[in-house]
Design a protein around this ligand. Structure first.
Ligand SMILES: [Zn+2]
Length: 82
């Protein structure tokens, strides 16, 4: 999920792979949905809705795994066990 499914080139946020020309539209829309989920998770954290924040953060990670998403998920797991 972190790059082009055809040639494994790094995903650069473009609709077409710059290396092999593969259509990355699905990958992009998945990344966008994951980004929105992370934004909602941050809002839930700000609103101290820990359960919703954890759900949204893990949903984002299932869609698109990123280092920032992993950090966010770790935070939501922490606040849920305090
Ligand atoms: Zn490619």
């Amino acid at each position: 999920m972190s790059g082009c499914p055809v040639c494994r080139a790094g995903f650069r946020g473009t609709a077409v792979c710059p290396r092999c020309g593969a259509d990355l539209t699905d990958l992009m829309s998945m990344a966008v949905r994951a980004w929105r989920s992370r934004e909602s998770a941050r809002e839930a954290l700000a609103a101290e809705d820990w359960v919703a924040a954890r759900e949204l953060a893990s949903q984002a990670q299932r869609l698109h795994d990123t280092p920032a998403g992993r950090a966010l998920l770790a935070v939501t797991l922490c606040v849920n066990c305090v």
